[in-house]
Design a binder for this molecule. Structure first.
Ligand code: FAD
Ligand code: SF4
Length: 463
């Protein structure tokens, strides 16, 4: 019998965090898993609110109080089944969602200062433990049809789309230019947030469900889009957002200045052993590193540099800490691991110095009062300039989406849609799209949501 006052008797526990001095020298997940007793106890803290705000704030609208109840009662496989009804990658979202501003941020227990139910850790627990115990998605009732869909991009949007398609008897063939699946889950988010073995296991699960992966294959370069259009009944594009935003100041292309994503990808490939011939491993060992930017990507770069043995890692952001766009939890983790922060600083220039170091000029910024659109603009105080000397600068200003070049070629095709029937359909009847490619740089859980919804639309379209 559950105790309705459990939330008062038991404090919030999202799982132990490895000591900062230990974790900052290794590429391993820093949050330890909950055991069965702790997971059940933590799940029992849920108030089962009549109107669960956590569900509304969760972008895929997970049935959170329901699977918490199943965990409390030890019904692990049923919890896994239910959790997969709304989320194709629950063990991954449980690890990387910024829960503080999604499900957990909306938990009623925050109101009384009791600490939110540790929803993310429990979501991760359910799938990790169910897989260990042999649970697999039930495909026994699937009736396979002759329909096939080509999915371009094996990131969370493409994987979620493929998951829903095969559960409905439609063959999903996922193409990706990279050597492994996952998109930014593999070639972006570092191992201290998400170990690569988690994605490898998800690949095995999806392949077991009938998803086919065609890797090392760039559509538009290695295979023309026309081939896919001829071969499949529909196409889903989940190609992400990879156009790096620039700072637009002198010296940002100097030697020793790196872009965030190529740096992170290089690091992942070192650990996977897949660095292409001719690409040198990048190491920050012994270096003074300055990361410019304040989002999740910037945090991942600072903490990767620390783990590579950097002598000093500093992050400069143009606004205040409270306005950083990424997860508050990850900023806190960076603080604990020894990253130094300077707030209200905007880069003006980077100058290479004799001996190979870099001099970065930073101006102070001040937030002005709200403008007519209700936003605070930023004033750059050019007479208040400081200089930082370092060995390497990493630019982490974010990523934008760009139109796939192969779509440009298709634009000459006369039969384009004037009116789209489906939300995720493009102007080409057979081609659907979602995830970062449509939204711009966003979140894993939003990509999953798009991939699943696009799949539902594709099912309606092909049948
Ligand atoms: P992607 O994950 O980018 O996948 C797109 C895939 O398409 C890639 O594999 C790419 O190789 C492939 N592709 C592109 N073009 C072609 C082509 N022509 N042919 C074949 N394949 C192609 N979100 C969170 O929720 N939490 C986090 O902690 C977090 N941390 C992040 C850290 C970093 C460093 C970055 C960059 C992003 C982070 N994000 C985080 C954002 C999150 O990773 C993305 O929002 C999400 O991965 C988008 O999914 P997607 O499937 O739309 O695209
Ligand atoms: Fe929370 Fe993300 Fe899981 Fe939704 S998917 S319950 S937002 S951790």
């Amino acid at each position: 019998m559950s105790d309705v006052f459990q939330f008062m008797k038991l404090s919030r526990n999202p799982g132990d965090k490895v000591e900062a001095s230990v974790r900052k020298i290794e590429f391993k997940e820093i949050y330890q898993p909950l055991n069965a007793v702790d997971a059940a106890d933590q799940a029992g803290r849920c108030l089962s609110c009549g109107n669960p705000y956590c569900e509304w704030q969760c972008p895929v609208h997970n049935y959170i109080p329901d699977w918490l109840k199943l965990v409390e009662e030890g019904r692990l496989f049923e919890a896994a089944e239910l959790s997969h009804q709304t989320n194709s990658l629950p063990e991954i979202c449980g690890r990387v969602c910024p829960q503080d501003r999604l499900c957990e941020g909306a938990c009623t227990l925050n109101q009384g200062g009791f600490g939110a139910v540790s929803i993310g850790s429990i979501e991760k627990y359910i799938t990790d433990e169910a897989f260990k115990a042999g649970w697999r998605p039930d495909m026994s009732k699937v009736v396979w049809t002759d329909k096939t869909v080509g999915v371009i991009g094996a990131g969370p949007a493409g994987l979620a789309c493929a998951d829903v398609l095969v559960r409905n008897g439609v063959k999903a063939v996922v193409y990706d230019r990279y050597e492994e699946i996952g998109g930014l889950l593999t070639f972006g988010i570092p191992e201290f947030k998400l170990e690569k073995s988690v994605i490898k296991r998800r690949r095995e699960i999806l392949e077991g469900m009938g998803v086919e992966f065609v890797l090392n294959t760039e559509i538009g370069k290695d295979v023309p889009i026309e081939t896919l259009l001829a071969k499949h009944d529909a196409i889903f594009m989940g190609m992400g957002a990879y156009k790096a935003m620039k700072g637009g100041f002198p010296g940002e292309n100097s030697p020793g200045v790196l872009e965030a994503l190529p740096y992170l990808v290089n690091n992942v490939r070192q650990s996977l052993g897949t660095l292409p011939a001719g690409e040198a491993p990048i190491s920050m060992k012994g270096k003074r590193v300055l990361v410019l930017g304040g989002g999740d990507t910037a945090m991942d770069c600072t903490r990767t540099a620390l783990r590579q043995g950097a002598k000093q890692v500093t992050c400069a952001y143009r606004r205040a800490e409270a306005q950083m766009p990424g997860s508050k939890r990850e900023v806190q983790n960076a603080h604990e691991e020894g990253v130094e922060f300077i707030w209200h600083r905007q880069p003006l220039s980077i100058e290479p110095m004799l001996g190979g170091t870099l001099a970065v000029r930073l101006a102070e910024t001040r937030q002005s009062s709200k403008n007519s659109t209700g936003h605070h603009s930023l004033e750059v105080l050019e007479d208040s300039v400081s200089l930082i000397e370092c060995d390497c600068v990493v630019l982490a200003f974010g990523y934008q989406t760009e139109t796939a070049s192969f779509l440009e070629q298709l634009k000459h095709c006369p039969d384009q849609l004037r009116l789209k029937k489906y939300k995720h359909q493009t102007q080409f009847e057979k081609i659907f799209a979602g995830g970062d490619q449509v939204r711009g740089a966003s979140l894993v859980v939003n990509a999953v949501f798009d991939g699943r919804n696009a799949a539902a639309e594709i099912l309606d379209y092909v049948f």
